[in-house]
Design a binder for this molecule. Sequence first.
Ligand code: HEM
Ligand SMILES: [Ca+2]
Ligand SMILES: [Ca+2]
Length: 267
Amino acid sequence: MGASLLRLHFHDCFVQGCDGSILLDDVGSFVGEKTAGPNKNSVRGYDVIDRIKQTLEQMCPGVVSCADIVALAARDSTFLLGGPTWEVLLGRRDSTTTSLADANTDLPAPTSNLDVLISAFAKKNLSPRDLTALSGAHTVGFSQCSNFRDHIYNDTNIDTAFAALRKTDCPAAAPAGNTNLSPLDVETQADVFDNAYYRNLVARRGLLHSDQELFNGASQDALVRQYGNNPALFASDFVTAMIKMGSISPLTGATGEIRLNCRVVNG
Ligand code: HEM
Ligand SMILES: [Ca+2]
Ligand SMILES: [Ca+2]
């Protein structure tokens, strides 16, 4: 669940900023972001956020936004999985709107090439270095076969033994095995937050096409090697980038609201 909560913060911040927009349910004519391609049948953890919110509303009603809860849960998840910690800037307020269209355009696809990834992050004022550091989040969690099938069957920039291993859980012909899960980090599995992700990339054992794009004979290769060799450098750049990502377009002052229920705007 820690991995899922970390991802939830990313998918919130890249759509309208870190404003809890991803948490809003589709109700009547209200359309949320949960059915967007990158979110549907993939993002989870909404129930965990609900439970944190319920406890907070009992202890301190109307004060802590859903967007801040997601930011704190991402930080605490990273730490509990063995990663670094940091001080989370607080005071984000919650949106009263969502954008399904932005969720479909602004969240990068696993089929993206490096130039597409760099521009998707640049659109959020995040640098190529931030992209490479934040992608280290793929040291934890899983991916469904449908998101990496093309990479293991059709790409050439992949270790053949690794491709063969992943093919055992991800049959060539869709839709067979589409929802089968494999760990994003083959070296240290799914529940240890470390820098093994980058050594995997150097060994051409990135699970997603987009992962391997960071080590593909281009601009990020040297940084990937450095992060793989220097866990302290990765930890410090990851923290810097998470704070930057967590600061995308916050609603402050009189904008937005403090939602009472993270799934619906206040009545
Ligand atoms: C660089 C562009 C990125 C792409 C293309 C991408 C794509 C993906 C995909 C396709 C999955 C698997 C989803 C599934 O199969 O259901 C995934 C999982 C994950 N992503 Fe990313 N991601 C990116 C960046 C990030 C960033 C910046 C973070 C956080 C800082 C992040 C955190 C995670 C985590 C933790 C998981 C595992 C989730 C779980 O096990 O529930 N990703 N990502
Ligand atoms: Ca958002
Ligand atoms: Ca790991």
